[in-house]
Design a protein around this ligand. Structure first.
Ligand SMILES: C[S@@+](CC[C@H](N)C(=O)[O-])C[C@H]1O[C@@H](n2cnc3c(N)ncnc32)[C@H](O)[C@@H]1O
Length: 365
C-alpha cells in the first residue's frame, strides 16, 4: 500500500482553496514551460535503492521473516492497522467510507462493465495489500478510497489535510506530464488519454479534470475497483458535476488491452508498476508504446528507488510494507529508464515529484 492507494479526491478537493490552486495550475499548464525542476537534492539518498530490497542481506533477512506464515499473518494485520490509524488520526473516516460503498448500488456497475472472459495473469492472483483475494474483492474495493488518503498523508506529512496532501502530490505529477508533452510532442494537443491501472478512478478523474477537452479512458484488471470508479463518477454527475467528455471505463489487462494502435496522446500508469513483476512491467511498457500516437507521452509515477525517505524507512515500517507488496524486490531492481529506452521510447526523463515518488516520462517515436 505504500506505493499509493486511492482517494475520494474529486469530492474532497472541491474547497475554494483547492479550486484556486487548480485554476493557477491550469494557467501554468497553458504556457510552454520546461520540465519542473527536481525537488531539492536532499530528497535523494546515497544509495541506488533501499537496502531492504533486491538481493542485499537485509532484504533477504526481511523476506525470510515474511515467508514464515504465522509471522506474515501478524505483519499484514499490523500493516493494515498502521494505515487505518494514519487515516483516522487525520479525520478520514475509514470504516464510514468503506461502509458507504458496500451499502450502495455499486454491485450493478460490476455487472455492466465486467469482461467475464478476461484471463487474469498469475501475478495478479496473489494475496495482496493484506487482502487474501488481492484486488479481486468488494472488501478491497470499498477500502481503496480511505487507504489512498492514508497514503497521501504519509507521503506529505506537512499537509494539513488529506485533500491538501492529495493536491500537492497529484499536481506535481500532472505538471510533469504536461511539461514533457509540451516539450517533446511537436505541438500535438491532448485529445485522448489512457489511464492504465486506474483502480477506483482517482487518477482518471484527475487526468479528466486536467485535460478537460480530452476523451479519458480508465482501464484496470479489477472489475470491483472499476465498479467503484463508475459508481463514483455517476455520483459526481448526479451532483451536478458532469463533464463535457464523459470518462470511459475498460476491464482489461494493460499488457494486451485490445484497444486500437496509435490512438492516445498520453498513456499514464500511476502507482501501478510497483505492484507488478518485471515481465509484466515490460508488457505494460510495450503496450503503452503500441497505443501511443507518434509524439505521444507515456508517464509512470511510482516509488523512487533513490528516495531518501524510502531508503531511511525504519525497519519495522519497511518490513510491514514488504509484507503487503509481493513484487517490491522486482520493482526496485528494475531499470525503468533503461528498459524504456530499449523498448523504443525517446526523451526518457525522470524527476522526483515528491520526496517519495518519481515521475518517469517518455515520447513515442
Ligand atoms: C495502486 S493502484 C493504482 C492507483 C491509481 N492509478 C491512482 O493513481 O489512484 C494499482 C492498480 O493497478 C492495477 N493493475 C495491476 N496490474 C494491471 C494490469 N496488468 N493491467 C491493468 N491494471 C493492472 C490494479 O488492479 C490496481 O487497481
Amino acid at each position: 500500500m505504500e506505493g499509493l492507494a486511492r482517494p475520494f479526491f474529486s469530492f474532497l478537493s472541491s474547497t475554494t482553496a483547492v479550486q484556486s490552486i487548480r485554476t493557477a495550475s491550469v494557467r501554468v499548464r497553458a504556457l510552454p514551460s520546461p520540465l519542473p525542476p527536481p525537488l531539492q537534492s536532499n530528497v535523494e539518498g546515497d544509495l541506488d535503492r533501499p537496502r531492504y530490497t533486491g538481493n542485499d542481506p537485509l532484504s533477504r533477512f526481511v523476506s525470510s521473516l515474511i515467508a514464515i506464515k504465522p509471522l506474515f499473518d501478524v505483519m499484514k494485520l499490523v500493516a493494515r492497522q498502521v494505515f487505518i490509524r494514519t487515516a483516522e488520526k487525520n479525520g478520514v473516516d475509514w470504516r464510514g467510507m468503506a461502509n458507504e460503498i458496500l451499502a450502495s448500488d455499486v454491485y450493478v456497475e460490476k455487472e455492466l462493465l465486467e469482461n467475464k472472459s478476461l484471463v487474469y495473469p498469475d501475478y495478479y492472483l496473489k494475496e495482496f495489500h493484506a487482502y487474501e483475494e488481492g484486488n479481486l474483492s468488494w472488501e478491497a474495493a470499498s477500502e481503496v478510497a480511505p487507504a489512498t488518503l492514508s497514503m497521501m498523508l504519509r507521503t506529505t506529512p506537512t499537509a494539513k489535510s488529506a485533500a491538501e496532501a492529495t493536491q500537492v502530490l497529484r499536481s506535481a505529477w500532472l505538471q510533469a506530464i504536461s511539461s514533457h508533452h509540451q516539450m517533446y510532442s511537436g505541438g500535438q494537443g491532448v485529445s485522448s488519454v489512457l489511464d492504465i491501472g486506474c483502480s477506483i478512478g482517482d487518477s482518471t478523474r484527475e487526468l479528466a479534470d486536467w485535460f478537460p477537452d480530452a476523451h479519458v479512458t480508465g482501464l484496470d484488471l479489477s472489475p470491483y475497483f472499476l465498479a467503484v470508479a463508475q459508481y463514483m463518477e455517476k455520483q459526481r454527475i448526479s451532483s451536478g458535476l458532469g463533464r463535457r467528455r464523459p470518462i470511459s471505463w475498460v476491464h482489461a489487462n494493460g499488457e494486451c488491452t485490445g484497444l486500437p494502435s496509435s490512438s492516445f496522446d498520453v498513456v499514464s500508469l500511476a502507482f501501478v508498476i510497483h505492484e507488478c513483476p518485471q515481465h509484466a512491467i515490460r508488457g505494460l511498457l510495450k503496450e503503452a508504446l503500441r497505443l501511443l500516437k507518434p509524439g505521444g507521452t507515456v508517464s509512470l509515477t511510482d516509488n523512487s528507488p533513490k528516495s531518501k525517505v524510502l531508503q531511511n524507512l525504519p525497519p519495522a515500517i519497511f518490513t510491514l510494507m514488504k509484507s503487503t507488496e509481493p513484487w517490491m524486490d522486482e520493482y526496485f531492481t528494475f531499470d525503468l529508464e533503461g528498459e524504456m529506452e530499449k523498448i523504443g521510447f525517446m526523451n526518457v526523463n525522470s524527476i522526483m515529484t515528491n520526496p517519495r515518488h518519481r515521475t518517469v516520462t517518455g515520447t513515442a517515436p
